[in-house]
Design a protein around this ligand. Sequence first.
Ligand SMILES: [Zn+2]
Length: 383
Amino acid sequence: MRHFAANYIFDGKSLIKNSLITVDNSNNIIYVGKENDALIERPKMIFYNGILSPGFVNAHCHLELSDYEKTDEKDKGLSHFISNIISKRNSFNDNKKIETYDKIMFDNGINLVADIVNTDKTIGIKTKSSISYLNFIEISGTNDLTIDDKITYAENLILKFKSAGLSAFATLHAFYSASQKLYNYILNKSDNNILSIHFLESEEELNFFQGEHNSLYHYILSINPDFTKLVNNISNLFDLIDSFPDTATIILVHNVKTNKTNFKTDKNKYYCLCPASNLFLHNELPSSDFVYNNLDRIIVGTDSIASNTELDVFREIKILSQKYQDLKLIELLQMITSTASDALNNSEFGRFAVGTKPGIILINNIDLINLKIKDQSYITRIV
Ligand SMILES: [Zn+2]
């Protein structure tokens, strides 16, 4: 049995001053302290300066793209980025590099990752990893005549992940890259399921849904000249999302242009932000109104090395704290712990709960007087 004490324990929801966490010899949490519990000396108690938090949740990643080598993607927008990914992704095959990023994420305090998957490249890494992964097998295709092949490929991939003991969910890549038949397929499977869908990542995507024949439209047309749109206008787009059953959890990823008032309900929706990736590709972040009005639904992801330089959700909330300066420390930490694990329906991570092993992270060099993240704040893994 060991006691880890600190100025504050963040239990996933709130800060507890001068408190401690007790773990057994297998690192299972057996006690979450109350305020001032750490002021009483105990054998095998270590006191840390800073905040002890449960391990973090990366709510959107593409681990298999960790060996991607960027060329001219910066500031070029969505269609240029997708076109590069599609044409270049198969030329990279550095599994060692992908494995290194799995370890880097663990060192960055991450214990649970919602990972977007297109190939079986990461199965071996994930079965050995210290991180738990939820795998979202993304399907895209705007041609109803050829979509069955893509669905069959995805179903085989799901079987491969499941037979390796890993989780796997079928999901849409995005609404601009889906045909009606593909949307119907995902809709029919969505009961009690989690979906993770790229959503309103940029002005370019918003304009596309509003009927503009822009670069995204022309790019899709170049792949499929018979392309018929799934979405005819913005209200139609939001109707498609509202059509998923209440038992489905919908994680919308990016939301640079999301205006939630367009939804009839948001009770089964979570909004994942990937600020570093958005700044890299479009130099834009979601509006302050959107962020401040949806705090209980906002979670955070890194996206991939193709549009980011690190897979580090603590760095992502640092970016958010600089852009949205009224965000409180606990609101930022909830985004990468309890809210994210709720979105992923996973009670084992994102909070200090007795009987679980969510990981224990020390947040160092925090402004403990004003409870603010500083530029120099950093994390170290304790458990
Ligand atoms: Zn993504």
